[in-house]
Design a protein around this ligand. Structure first.
Ligand code: ADP
Ligand code: MG
Ligand code: MG
Length: 252
């Protein structure tokens, strides 16, 4: 089993403290969801773990099986087994989607243990079929001219091919129609297993109609203020966030 531990994480953007002590532990085999109102720091958490230069970690730690993630370069984080949804959103001309995935897979393997081209193609074909993606997407340059929905599907394709230990998926559901949402959820559900842990960040509970989280957390004002099971997401859907504010005595 692997464990990702976020401990008392404080993060600043341009001198403004956004995360004020986030604590979260994710084990492989578990799917966690973070929900919360807009502007509470959910994406900041993802960006800080990913190592975005704009986000300054002022205290606290992020460790993967005891290894200090915040000390790693961004590509080292990927090699250590972290997959961060927004890590590869930009268009990269001259690198096909398939090439990118194959090198990402091989970057995590020992020399001489690289995936064979045949095996790679077979697996790619079958995953693309699961995700209802056009085969032609594999040969396109990375994210070049991908629509919003195609980028999201592609992100799940990358996830399924690279098979990270932990994935942090920020707003994977935003802008998806219901068919795409089902397909993306199916991909994440297929990944579920004892060697994979996932943190799904979402503003809406509708994604959680298709993916059943083991743990649901509420983030408010830069902290995880409440944790529970999947029932918590349903309660938030039905009642919003005000009852938590009242419970905790949080002012807007
Ligand atoms: P959420 O994902 O929960 O909606 P964010 O993490 O995106 O929230 O934002 C939290 C706070 O940080 C907001 O007040 C937002 O305006 C601010 N913020 C986020 N990113 C930046 C940035 N790059 N520059 C300045 N402020 C930012
Ligand atoms: Mg905040
Ligand atoms: Mg966000």
């Amino acid at each position: 089993m692997s464990t990702l531990v976020i401990k008392d994480l404080h993060v600043k953007i341009e001198d403004k403290e956004i995360l004020k002590g986030v604590n979260l532990t994710i084990n492989t085999g578990e799917i966690h969801a973070i929900m919360g109102p807009n502007g509470t720091g959910k994406s900041t958490l993802a960006s800080a773990i990913m190592g975005h230069p704009k986000y300054e970690v002022t205290s606290g730690s992020v460790t993967l099986d005891g290894e200090d993630v915040l000390e790693m370069e961004v590509d080292e984080r990927a090699r250590a087994g972290l997959f961060l949804g927004m890590q590869y959103p930009s268009e990269i001309s001259g690198v096909t989607n398939a090439d990118f995935m194959r090198s990402a897979i091989n970057a995590r393997r020992e020399e001489g243990e690289e995936i064979s081209l045949m095996k790679f193609i077979r697996e790619l074909d079958s995953k693309m079929e699961t995700l209802d993606m056009d085969q032609e997407m594999a040969q396109r340059y990375l994210n070049e001219g991908f629509s919003g929905g195609e980028k999201k599907r592609n992100e799940i394709l990358q996830l399924m091919m690279i098979k990270p230990t932990f994935a942090i998926l920020d707003e994977i559901d935003s802008g998806l129609d219901i068919d795409a949402l089902k397909v993306v959820s199916e991909g994440i559900n297929q990944m579920k297993g004892e060697s994979f842990g996932c943190l799904i960040i979402t503003h809406y509970q509708r994604l959680l109609n298709y993916i059943t989280p083991d743990h649901v957390h509420v983030m408010m004002q830069g902290r995880v203020v409440k944790s529970g099971g999947k029932d918590l997401a349903l309660k938030l859907e039905a009642e919003g966030y005000d009852w938590i504010k009242t419970e905790l005595g949080i002012e807007d």
